[in-house]
Design a protein around this ligand. Structure first.
Ligand SMILES: [Zn+2]
Length: 464
């Protein structure tokens, strides 16, 4: 059997890994590459394989960098089933339509810019109709049920503890070529222990091969418990200055976890209870509705907690729907919290809030998630003095606070423990990490286990 990474090799977005076994082709994830608009459009329009030849897709979770290129795959001829968990299926219903909307608006914006030149108008990568059509191919399964996806390959989804519905994909394979039974585990994005709302990652007890993410392969996060006090401190500081807090957040999971944390802080009287909290992202609002429907995926403690006080219905929370309501926030006077998407600040309403608030030193920008290279979010995190938004330069005078303890990704200690927990590993293939993170992780794996560690390179096939 062979494995080739066609995305998220030596980088963190565009997850796509092709498994070839028993004369069949199985694609693990089909994510969008995110970065410079032009580069992203080119990379996402092209596959390193023929989509018509793919027999099935298995999707680890609903984040767009893992699921967002499925409509393009279908446009280019894939006509099999996309297997995922039930919650991922519900989430993709809203995530892919939102992504289509972003593709359409981006193409329109680029075409407008081209209208004064001889350049051709830009076609969206896919449109709403393509996304709606793609959603018909999805088939959701419960966690912990085993089913066949292609000849000789049985899949079981286990909880990844990363976002609602996220799975560690366990593939039990009978390889006809050498007659052997093999277990390949695809980590998807591995979560952290003790994250609020969802359950902790499931530990797979044995496997032959592990295809593992390495986003934070060489970094440790502050403990998850430190997130809330740090958040309270920046909120109170900003209130004192009379400023606003702008929080870019992934619509899926991070926004809901933030609401949960804010709710706890209000309940424990660590922050004032009269501070308006705006969730200004139509997508985050729809995802929050899906969270309300999947109570069975919450951990036990939260289930009890939510019975007495529910963060999704707290009176301080205002869910902003229309563009007009969002624009009104520009004129809001006094402290407030605005949570908005996209998480890496490359699209969506967050760009408007940053543009309107970055230049005022009273305000704070609170970073709670991963920012990939070449994104607006990364430029803010790395301390740029000014950033370009909608072709205009804005000086960053607001306080920028990075709260890594809110990360939904395993850090190096979590990753080490995860690898050590799987017995019998022969080979670990690292993906979904920039080289400064995956290289030291590979070295540590070889030092602490008998497995060989390989960093996957784009389009290079390895034999398993
Ligand atoms: Zn993810």
């Amino acid at each position: 059997m062979q494995l080739t990474s066609h995305g998220a090799a030596l980088e963190v977005t565009g997850s796509q890994h092709l498994l070839e076994v028993n004369g069949k082709k199985l694609l693990l994830d089909c994510g969008l590459f995110q970065g410079h608009r032009k580069e992203a459009h080119e990379k996402n329009s092209w596959f390193g394989f023929d989509p018509k030849e793919i027999d099935a897709v298995v999707l680890s979770h609903a984040h767009i960098d893992h699921s967002g290129n499925i409509p393009t795959l279908i446009k280019h001829g894939f006509n099999g089933v996309v297997y995922c968990t039930e919650a991922t299926e519900s989430l993709c219903d809203v995530m892919l339509l939102d992504s289509a909307y972003i593709q359409e608006s981006d193409a329109e914006y680029m075409s407008r810019k081209h209208s004064d030149t001889a350049l051709e108008p830009i076609e969206p990568l896919y449109n709403t109709e393509d996304a709606e059509f793609a959603l018909k191919s999805f088939k959701g399964y419960e966690y912990n049920k085993t089913f066949e996806v292609i000849k000789g390959v049985n899949v079981t989804f286990r909880e990844a503890g990363h976002v609602l519905g996220a799975a560690i994909v366990v593939l039990d394979i009978h390889d006809e070529e050498d007659g052997k039974d093999k277990r390949l585990v695809f980590s998807g994005d591995l979560g952290r222990y003790r994250l609020p709302i969802i359950r902790d990652p499931f530990v797979v007890d044995h496997a032959d091969y592990l295809l593992c993410e390495s986003t934070y392969g060489n970094r440790t996060h502050d403990p998850a418990e430190e997130g809330m006090p740090a958040l309270a401190r920046v909120i109170n500081r900003t209130i004192k200055r009379g400023g606003k807090l702008i929080i870019p957040a992934f619509a899926l999971e991070r926004s809901q976890e933030l609401l949960y944390s804010l709710h706890v802080l209000i309940h424990e009287k660590k922050i004032p209870d009269n501070l308006p909290i705006y969730l200004d992202s139509p997508l985050a609002n729809r995802v929050t509705d899906i969270f309300r429907q999947h109570v069975e995926l919450y951990d036990e403690e939260i289930k009890k907690d939510f019975k007495s006080h529910n963060p999704f219905t707290m009176r301080q929370l205002k869910q902003v729907a229309s563009v007009d309501e969002s624009k009104k926030l520009n004129h809001f006077i006094g402290p407030c919290i605005i949570i908005s998407a996209s998480g890496m600040c490359e699209a969506g309403r967050i760009r408007h809030h940053l543009k309107n608030n970055l230049e005022d030193p009273k305000n704070s920008v609170v970073i709670v998630g991963y920012m990939a290279e070449n994104t607006l979010g990364r430029r803010i995190v790395q301390g740029d003095k000014a950033v370009k938004i909608f072709d205009k330069l804005y000086n960053i005078k607001a306080e920028v606070v990075i709260l890594e303890s809110f990360s939904a990704h395993a850090d190096m200690t979590d990753l080490d423990n995860y690898v050590k927990g799987i017995k019998g590993l022969k080979k670990v293939m690292l993906v979904h990490g920039e080289e400064d993170q995956s290289k030291p992780f590979a070295k540590r794996i070889e030092a602490m286990t008998d497995a060989k560690a390989t960093i996957m390179t784009p389009q290079v096939t390895i034999d398993l």
